[in-house]
Design a protein around this ligand. Structure first.
Ligand code: NAD
Ligand code: TDX
Length: 331
């Protein structure tokens, strides 16, 4: 099977390519990635002999048309993915997340190629703290940020292309991922690399916002379950019952590093900061028989800390610039 992975040099996409090469010996993988600040070709070094990397944008219609025409399956991870960046400059979010997804949809429509669209739980907006409510596929869309609104728009494009043109597509909306190869602008790797540098972790506001953490390997095994067994046109929510507030994440990291439990700082909050995300993934479990393997969050975090300790050459070049950008926003 010929698989085209967009955004395969980014965090989740690179882990997906590694998992695919490991577990699907028949897969021929091509990655299309623009290698933005968030893409890193070295993330594919361990599988370089099995993967072709094409440097280019999903908004480049002739390139996309050629690559889609050579594929049996497109798995679409490419996106601008960071909320804080979308608040500073929404423009690339509209280009990549909306125009890029449109460009891919037109190509899979022309060539009749199976498409899986990777999206986020943030399309549903946020939930109150301390309620049992969770997102399901029936929750109305209510995105808060330029990032989540462009992801919501991309999901709606996919749904319309399925209904209007019979495109063979599925969608998944996943909760917050953690694991190896995540850009250090994101919450967990930012605090891990701060702690490696002896710097105190930075919590936005009071630190009580809740995220529903899932290990990236579990996200990607769910994506394969949907590709293998999912129903065309359906939306599947992916989550692993990992609700934790940001303060508890920081406290767990401080404990792993042997630091004092109060060794962190509160910084300026994110404007429009979503309070809580929580996923009801019961459909994925019952209909497709999927289950997560990383069920102990502390263990998964400790392994992730180990990865960042052992792979400093991978993240070090981005650290100073990433922190300078945060410092300019008081974060
Ligand atoms: P990332 O920012 O780490 O990687 C994105 C990749 O896309 C990078 O390699 C980048 O170079 C590439 N890219 C950006 N613009 C491109 C363009 N125009 N053409 C081609 N490639 C381009 O993101 P991630 O965290 O790996 O997220 C991957 C996908 O998963 C995104 O669609 C995101 O919305 C979704 N998602 C992420 C999370 C999470 O917790 N990180 C959770 C749920 C869903
Ligand atoms: O330094 C920080 N301090 C802090 O308290 C940073 C960078 C973040 N935070 C908070 C904000 C959030 O409540 O931590 C939480 C997680 O922040 P991010 O890592 O920026 O993730 P989030 O905004 O929740 O979005 C992530 O999950 C959903 C991904 O970046 C998205 O791509 C995905 O769709």
């Amino acid at each position: 099977m010929r698989v085209l992975v967009t955004g395969g040099a980014g965090f989740i996409g690179a882990n997906f390519v590694h998992q695919t090469v490991r577990e699907r010996p028949d897969a021929q993988v091509t990655v299309l990635d623009a290698l933005t600040y968030a893409g890193d070709r070295t993330s594919l070094d361990p599988v370089a002999d099995r993967v072709e990397l094409v440097e280019g944008s999903i908004t480049d219609a002739p390139l996309v048309d050629r690559l889609v025409g050579e594929a049996d399956l497109v798995v679409h991870f490419a996106a601008e993915s960071h909320n804080d960046n979308s608040l500073n400059d929404p423009s690339p979010f509209v280009q990549t997340n909306l125009i890029g997804t449109f460009t891919l949809l037109e190509a899979v429509r022309r060539h009749g190629v199976r498409f899986h669209h990777i999206s986020t739980d943030e399309v549903y907006g946020d939930l109150p703290l301390d309620t049992p409510d969770r997102f399901t596929a029936d929750t109305p869309y209510n995105p808060s940020s330029p990032y989540s609104s462009t992801k919501a728009g991309s999901d709606l494009l996919v749904r319309a292309w399925v209904r209007s043109f019979g495109v063979q597509a599925t969608i998944s909306n996943c909760s917050n991922n953690y694991g190896p190869y995540q850009h250090i602008e994101k919450f967990i790797p930012r605090q891990v690399t701060n702690l490696i540098d002896g710097v105190r972790p930075r919590l936005y506001g009071a630190g009580l916002n809740v995220r529903d953490w899932i290990h990236v390997e579990d996200h990607n095994s769910a994506v394969w379950a949907i590709i293998d067994k999912g129903t065309i046109g359906e939306t599947y929510l992916i989550g692993a019952d990992g609700e934790t507030n940001n303060l508890d994440v920081v406290r767990t990291l401080l404990e792993i590093f042997g630091r004092d439990a109060d060794d962190y700082d509160h910084v300026t909050d994110r404007p429009g900061h979503d309070l809580r995300y929580a996923i009801d993934a019961s459909r994925l479990r019952s209909e497709l028989g999927w289950a997560p393997r990383y069920t102990d969050f502390r263990e998964g975090l400790a392994a992730t800390v180990g990865w960042y300790r052992e792979n400093e050459p991978w993240w070090r070049p981005a650290k100073a610039l990433t922190e300078a950008k945060y410092a300019a926003s008081g974060q």
